[in-house]
Write a protein that binds this ligand. Structure first.
Ligand SMILES: *[C@@H]1O[C@H](CO)[C@@H](O)[C@H](O)[C@H]1NC(C)=O
Ligand SMILES: *[C@@H]1O[C@H](CO)[C@@H](O)[C@H](O)[C@H]1NC(C)=O
Ligand SMILES: *[C@@H]1O[C@H](CO)[C@@H](O)[C@H](O)[C@H]1NC(C)=O
Ligand SMILES: *[C@@H]1O[C@H](CO)[C@@H](O)[C@H](O)[C@H]1NC(C)=O
Ligand SMILES: *[C@@H]1O[C@H](CO)[C@@H](O)[C@H](O)[C@H]1NC(C)=O
Ligand SMILES: *[C@@H]1O[C@H](CO)[C@@H](O)[C@H](O)[C@H]1NC(C)=O
Ligand SMILES: *[C@@H]1O[C@H](CO)[C@@H](O)[C@H](O)[C@H]1NC(C)=O
Ligand SMILES: *[C@@H]1O[C@H](CO)[C@@H](O)[C@H](O)[C@H]1NC(C)=O
Ligand SMILES: *[C@@H]1O[C@H](CO)[C@@H](O)[C@H](O)[C@H]1NC(C)=O
Ligand SMILES: *[C@@H]1O[C@H](CO)[C@@H](O)[C@H](O)[C@H]1NC(C)=O
Ligand SMILES: *[C@@H]1O[C@H](CO)[C@@H](O)[C@H](O)[C@H]1NC(C)=O
Ligand SMILES: *[C@@H]1O[C@H](CO)[C@@H](O)[C@H](O)[C@H]1NC(C)=O
Length: 425
């Protein structure tokens, strides 16, 4: 009775070499139940960027692609009580799976489990540690209406530990009804940037959740010269908010010529870690850009402060997810404020990540440590914001003038009083 992938499970690989420059394999998995009806269907493309330690004790980035021999052992249909599982194995001991659970109305991807094997010398020729490494990423897919097929042509990324998982051209339907893939599509937000997602985000995303809310969508494509929209982002530790950020972000990438890219908060998700001494906010614009901000505490100061120490940016090729450019600067000492307070800078600020990449920030308000009750603590505002600076000399001048007048008036009154005083005697 246990629904299992029958022997007729279809799995085939399409060699896509449109440009002739690269090979990408699309995986198609069609899981059938005991009555030979499709219960779980997926077709997608993926690749992995993995940072690993080499035998000379530095770190290297490897790209792991799907090989031509992919198996799908262990995939399960799932039902009301048991999660569905889509599992594939490829190459020299690598495997990847995602499980799906359902509610009365929706299904969603809950965990991605990825195991890469550094014994694979073709990918990790000089790995220091050899053997399988497993990572698990939570809350990977928003809820989709039951009996809808989820489709996303745009590139999507999952970043966790030392791995970036890249997906594109995804079609998936779990808990397929009557063995027929639905004709109703739920498109990802990146595919339909001007419309709301088909199902509102639920509170199921427990690890980290972007607090971006949907405001009326712009009717025209954003012009990059305009200021970016401001996004609200937060990280959770357990069910407590531990990092809050409000910011509009614009990248200035100098490749052949400077290119301004506005980060769209509606498609950007937040991830990262809150630590005792460091906190990292990672933003993924759901398209091609990954940005990381790392904050640390300055423990040598008398009264503890925090500041922004590191910013890194990775830009990926829209079509195949390969890295176009990657910039990292861990020598910043900006945005500092006392621990327990937040840092605010409404005016535009520039972070020079490297000579080819700048980030402009707008309406910045950030608190990476000691967030209480999901709210920003008192803000320390940047100098650029305080237009009042110019007013201070004026105010002092006015106060002095006022004082002089006051002294003068009291002098006159005093003289009059004493005069009348003399007269009365
Ligand atoms: C769900 O599937 C599991 C295992 O495949 C099975 O043991 C269980 O009885 C099923 N439950 C329902 C409600 O069909
Ligand atoms: C990705 O595509 C670009 C061209 O579109 C190509 O130059 C690059 O080599 C490709 N990278 C990979 C890893 O396939
Ligand atoms: C399932 O269906 C396929 C064709 O759709 C057929 O070739 C296969 O024999 C069937 N398997 C079972 C167990 O009925
Ligand atoms: C690191 O591994 C490579 C490949 O196995 C090997 O050629 C090289 O000699 C090793 N280097 C060190 C320092 O062990
Ligand atoms: C991930 O990278 C960090 C350094 O950035 C390293 O300390 C850690 O051991 C790496 N983890 C794995 C599983 O390779
Ligand atoms: C994604 O799929 C579409 C059609 O479904 C195809 O035209 C396109 O070439 C695919 N993209 C890649 C990078 O394979
Ligand atoms: C599946 O079949 C049942 C009975 O034939 C029908 O009532 C139901 O609407 C069908 N569901 C879908 C999604 O086609
Ligand atoms: C993805 O990035 C490209 C290039 O920067 C941009 O033209 C496009 O509008 C972006 N799409 C979304 C959905 O943000
Ligand atoms: C972001 O949060 C602020 C308050 O912290 C709120 O006023 C604003 O409307 C929020 N913006 C969005 C787009 O949710
Ligand atoms: C973008 O960066 C380039 C090079 O750093 C610089 O010359 C240019 O002024 C910058 N443009 C904007 C709008 O900041
Ligand atoms: C840390 O605080 C000390 C004392 O206030 C200061 O001299 C130092 O520059 C700060 N370090 C950084 C990296 O901001
Ligand atoms: C950016 O920095 C963070 C924190 O140090 C790190 O986890 C992440 O892997 C880095 N990303 C890139 C693309 O270098």
């Amino acid at each position: 009775m246990a629904p299992r992938c029958s022997s007729s499970c279809l799995l085939f690989l399409l060699l896509l070499g449109a440009s002739g420059f690269f090979q990408s394999y699309a995986v198609e998995v069609d899981v059938k139940d005991a009555s030979n009806a499709t219960c779980l269907y997926a077709e997608w493309m993926m690749r992995f960027l993995i940072k690993y330690e080499t035998n000379s004790s530095d770190y290297k980035n490897a790209t792991l692609n799907l090989s031509s021999s992919v198996t799908h052992n262990g995939s399960v249909c799932g039902n009301d009580t048991q999660a569905a599982l889509l599992a594939v194995q490829f190459g020299e001991g690598h495997s990847w799976s995602v499980n799906f659970t359902k509610t009365n109305e929706t299904y969603q991807g809950d965990f991605v489990t990825f195991t890469y094997n550094t014994n694979d010398t073709a990918v990790f020729p000089d790995a220091k540690r050899k053997g399988p490494v497993t990572i698990v990423v939570k809350a990977v897919m928003r809820p989709v209406q039951l009996n809808n097929v989820f489709v996303c042509h745009n590139t999507d990324f999952l970043e966790a530990e030392n791995v970036t998982q890249i997906f594109w051209n995804v079609t998936v339907q779990a808990f397929v009804q009557n063995g027929t893939i639905s004709k109703k599509e739920s498109r990802c937000r990146a595919d339909t940037p001007t419309s709301a997602p088909t199902v509102p985000p639920t509170t199921a995303n427990v690890t980290t959740a972007s607090t971006t809310t949907l405001s009326p969508a712009p009717t025209t494509a954003p012009k990059p010269v305009e200021n970016p929209d401001t996004g609200n982002y937060s990280l959770k530790s357990g069910n407590k908010t531990c990092l809050l950020a409000t910011v509009g972000l614009q990248l200035n990438v100098s490749q052949d010529k400077p290119l301004l890219i506005n980060i769209n908060p509606k498609t950007t998700s937040a991830d990262g870690t809150c630590g005792n001494r460091t906190a990292t906010l990672k933003l993924n614009d759901g398209n091609t850009t990954l940005i990381g901000f790392t904050f640390v505490k300055n423990e040598s100061a008398n009264v503890q402060k925090f500041y922004l120490k590191e910013v890194n940016v990775t830009l990926l090729n829209r079509l195949n997810g390969s890295v176009i450019s990657s910039a990292d600067n861990n020598n910043f000492s900006k945005w500092d404020a006392f621990l327990g307070s937040s840092y605010m800078c409404r005016k535009e600020q520039t972070l020079q990540v490297n000579e080819d990449l700048q980030i402009h920030t707008f309406n910045l308000w950030i608190q990476p440590f000691l967030v209480k009750e999901n709210k920003f603590s008192t803000a320390e505002e940047c100098l650029a914001d305080s237009d009042l600076n110019f007013l201070i000399p004026i105010a002092v001048g006015m106060a002095l003038g006022f004082l002089i007048i006051l002294v003068f008036i009291s002098y006159i009154i005093g003289r009059r009083k004493s005069r009348t005083g003399y007269q009365s005697v």
